[in-house]
Write a protein that binds this ligand. Structure first.
Ligand code: NAD
Ligand code: UFG
Length: 329
């Protein structure tokens, strides 16, 4: 298949491009490079030995989208493009609603106009808000705790309505848990600009000495060591999940992509310290607003329907993060 990846030079998109190319699909990327670097395109080629078509364009501009669909005969789209920082979305809600919603509406319009009706969407475990029951199944109640979360919920709703209105659409929404790690080559990975908000990028900056210590947000939660628990998933496992979803497109589907295992913040610090060979310094800080104490997935639906399950563990994630980080110098 010829697959268009919106936001394909970003963290998850670039790893998905690698797995699609490895499986023999052709990849076209559209990205405005607002949160990624163009050299990723060359690195994807280097890893896979296969060419990638790249178009620098903005999904807010329909002309850019039309240009790509006019030029390439696209079979399916994986829609990664969007803004994703929870805290920033609270400060700049309009920027988030504008970019994430208008981009998606433009994409759907242009896809329909070109009779391309196969779509995979990057959703998030954030749509479960404060989960009531664990592990979280796809049928759990939905809710959002930030403008970012509301954009994901709104897009899920829009996609549901589109699929219900026209049986030709095949739409799969993938709800990612916490993606970490990097391709084993160490050539691509996650390197956010500025001071990171997420746990692993922050730990990595502490490991390189750029930041002094990690602040652990709360150690008085009702969890075994008092710190929050999350379902960290290796980005390569996540990328392969997209490949499986592509192979099983049909009607409207929703899947959790997680490992089903929960690890605490201190588990991550310990495991990363082992991977890099020295202790990551940390201090306990107050709780961060809006953090759920425990989040982990029931991914059995993806296993049953897609034949997919995560293979890599927290040690693999830490090793590959560190390998990527060392390569950055
Ligand atoms: P990322 O920021 O690395 O990648 C997103 C890409 O989209 C970037 O390359 C950016 O330049 C591009 N982009 C943004 N707006 C655009 C626009 N208007 N036009 C064209 N390109 C645009 O993020 P990621 O971590 O790879 O996440 C990909 C998707 O997965 C996002 O939709 C995100 O919300 C979702 N998601 C991410 C996580 C996570 O923890 N990383 C968790 C759950 C869901
Ligand atoms: N944490 C710290 N110190 C830090 C950063 C994070 O202790 O400096 C803790 C957080 O309090 C939380 C855990 O580490 O307990 C994980 O935090 P992240 O910010 O890495 O991840 P979240 O689970 O908060 O959210 C992430 C993405 C969301 C996405 C969600 C579920 O940021 O966009 O995973 O997929 F929706």
């Amino acid at each position: 298949m010829k697959v268009l990846l919106t936001g394909g030079t970003g963290y998850i998109g670039s790893h998905t491009a690698v797995e699609l190319l490895r499986a023999g699909h052709d990849v076209v990327i559209i990205d405005n490079l607002s949160n990624s670097q163009v050299d990723v395109v060359e690195k994807i080629g280097q890893i896979t030995g296969r060419p990638v078509a790249f178009y620098q364009g903005d999904l807010l501009n329909k002309d850019d989208l039309n240009a790509v669909f006019d030029r390439y005969k696209i079979d399916a789209v994986i829609h990664f493009a969007g803004f994703k920082a929870v805290g920033e979305s609270v400060e700049k809600p309009l920027m988030y609603y504008q970019n994430n919603l208008i981009s998606t509406l433009n994409l759907l319009d242009v896809m329909a106009a070109h009779s391309v009706k196969n779509l995979i969407f990057s959703s998030s475990a954030t749509v479960y808000g404060m989960p009531e029951k664990l592990p979280i199944t796809e049928d759990a109640p939905l809710g959002a705790l930030s403008p970012y979360g509301y954009t994901k919920l709104a897009i899920e709703r829009i996609l549901g309505d589109v699929a219900a209105s026209d049986a030709q659409w095949n739409i799969t929404m993938l709800r990612y848990f916490n993606p970490v790690g990097a391709d084993a080559s160490g050539l691509i990975g996650e390197s956010p600009r500025g001071i990171p908000n997420n746990l692993f990028p922050f730990i990595m900056r502490v490991a390189t000495g750029e930041l002094k210590e990690l602040g652990v947000f709360g150690n008085d939660y009702d969890t075994p060591d008092g710190t929050c628990i999350r379902d960290y998933i290796h980005v390569t496992d996540l990328a392969i999940g997209h490949l499986r979803a592509l192979e099983h497109l049909g009607g409207m589907r929703i899947y959790n992509l997680g490992t089903g295992c929960g690890y605490s913040v201190l588990d991550c610090v310990r495991e990363f310290s082992q991977a890099c060979g020295f202790d990551i310094p940390y201090v306990i800080k107050p709780r961060r607003a809006g953090d759920a104490p425990m989040v982990y997935a029931d991914s059995s639906r993806a296993q049953q329907d897609l034949g997919w399950r995560a293979e890599k563990n927290l040690g693999d994630m830490c090793r590959d993060c560190w390998n990527f980080q060392k390569n950055q110098k």
